[in-house]
Ligand binder design. Structure first.
Ligand SMILES: CC(=O)N[C@H]1[C@@H](OP(=O)(O)OP(=O)(O)OC[C@H]2O[C@@H](n3ccc(=O)[nH]c3=O)[C@H](O)[C@@H]2O)O[C@H](CO)[C@@H](O)[C@@H]1O
Ligand SMILES: C=C(OP(=O)(O)O)C(=O)O
Length: 429
């Protein structure tokens, strides 16, 4: 099994290019199922989750081409930053357990398949390391549009001759449920009003893609989205928004190592909460168009307190990385995780590197230590993996990170990008 080896001690310096957002491209790939013609998506990151989604679409019968024509079927994949999905050949509305179990976002084919074909059977995604992650809000939202839904034999089975526009208030803010119901409502009869919607930039990006396919949507990015259903959606083109979590991960890496880096092709306007916390930690930030320069000037970061919450508050997907920074910061940082019930899996691994962290329920109190020391550690989920790499960048000696397949789900060439910034990092095995 592959591992990542990091040798700490180098302040990061230089420039790094940000990839398209994983959490935008996955729903967008699912949304292509709604179209009557090919949808061209650019700025697609080369990630394992993208390959899984492409395989799922291919299993449903869609034609998938990567860049100039590499097909993804039967496990064959190709590199590239553009994917065209031709949904006109879809012949199945069943998303199998084999693919859904490897990636929760697969549940996002439910709304599009149901809206387009009047039927969908999608395996229940189940939980994952960070929490139980139910899909009740997805189901309730689609039921509000008139779908008949049962959960049997491990599958969500949904039917509707044609969905009907309705007003629906989500019980709690959910990114995935907002996306699923938003996609379904584009082809519903009449107008749908969704309230208490998630406001993440990836939802805005999904809505932009849907609009490029002919959907009529207002209010994406706010807590109230209005969708005027149309008879059909056509093919179109869309460029995926830059990944704010990848951007934040590199900025934290620079801050922790006392370095100075510029991230290019980023969207600073989508990450206020993270940039504010970096400033609080003592970083100097300069945003210029799609560039962000962070200068730590060799200083040790100050510990920060943070509470994760839906956008525009601090994102749960950056919690582990900031915890890594607090581990070597000056002072004590209190971290509250309010989104997922079990998202402190990285704590035990950070302790192995010499961190001082106490967890009480949803709160972690991190007392900064002057130095971490390298050790073998195990990645437990995607952002936990990132936090271990960041900790490894400042630990003395070698940190060897096992189970890095989690990392490949969501970071494109992270070790190459970090090496380009001067980090001593390599993949072995
Ligand atoms: C592919 C993708 O975009 N993933 C992101 C998405 O996940 P995802 O869309 O799964 O996250 P949600 O926003 O739905 O989850 C928020 C909370 O709602 C709960 N919930 C959700 C749905 C439901 O039907 N019932 C329910 O109780 C979840 O268990 C969680 O506690 O948003 C999360 C929160 O920003 C991010 O961490 C993930 O990176
Ligand atoms: C939790 C994450 O992703 P997913 O919802 O795809 O598991 C993440 O991106 O940090």
């Amino acid at each position: 099994m592959q591992k990542i080896v990091v040798e700490g001690g180098q302040p990061l310096q230089g420039e790094v290019l940000i990839s398209g957002a994983k959490n935008a491209v996955l729903p967008i790939l699912c949304a292509t199922l709604l179209a009557d013609g090919p949808v061209e998506i650019s700025n697609v990151p080369h990630l394992h989750d993208v390959v899984t989604t492409a395989k799922l679409l291919a299993e449903l019968g869609a034609g998938i081409t990567i860049d100039e024509g590499t097909l993804i079927v039967d496990g064959k994949t190709g590199k590239g930053s553009g994917i065209t999905v031709d949904p006109t050949t879809v012949h199945s509305q069943v998303a199998s357990y084999e693919l859904v179990k490897t990636m929760r976002a697969s549940v996002l084919v439910l709304g599009p398949l149901l809206a387009k074909y009047g039927t969908a059977e999608v395996s229940l995604p189940g939980g994952c390391a960070i929490g139980s992650r139910p899909v009740d809000l997805h189901i309730k939202g689609l039921q509000a549009l008139g779908a008949q839904i049962t959960v049997e034999d491990g599958f969500i089975k949904a039917h509707a001759k044609r969905l009907k526009g309705a007003r629906h208030v989500f019980d709690i803010v959910s990114v995935g449920a907002t996306e699923n119901v938003l996609m379904a409502a584009t082809l519903a009869e009449g107008t749908t009003v969704l309230e208490n919607t998630a406001m993440e930039p990836e939802i805005v990006d999904l809505a932009e893609c849907l609009k490029a396919m002919g959907a009529r949507i207002e209010g994406a990015g706010s807590n109230r989205i209005v969708i005027h259903g149309v008879e059909r959606l056509h093919g179109g083109k869309h460029q995926v928004v830059p990944d704010r979590i990848e951007t934040g991960t590199f900025l934290v890496a620079a801050a922790m190592t006392g370095g100075r880096i510029t991230v290019r092709r980023a969207r600073p306007d989508t990450m206020d909460a993270v940039l504010d916390k970096l400033k609080e930690a003592g970083a100097e930030l300069d945003c210029d168009g799609d560039r962000i320069t962070l200068d730590m000037g060799g200083r040790r970061p100050r510990a920060v307190n943070l509470t994760t919450a839906p956008h525009p508050a601090f994102p749960t997907d950056m919690q582990a990385q900031f915890m890594a920074m607090n581990c070597i910061a000056d002072g004590v940082g209190v971290i509250n995780e309010t989104i997922f019930e079990n998202r402190f899996m990285h704590v035990n691994e950070l302790l192995r590197l010499g961190a001082d962290i106490r967890v009480d329920g949803h709160t972690a109190v991190v007392r900064g230590v002057p130095k971490l020391s390298g050790a073998p550690v195990m990645a437990t989920d995607l952002r936990a993996s990132a936090s271990l790499i960041l900790a490894g960048l400042v630990a003395s000696g070698e940190t060897v990170i096992d189970r890095i397949y989690h990392l490949d789900r969501g970071y494109e060439n992270i070790e190459e990008k970090l090496s380009g910034l001067g980090a001593r990092i390599k993949r072995i095995g």
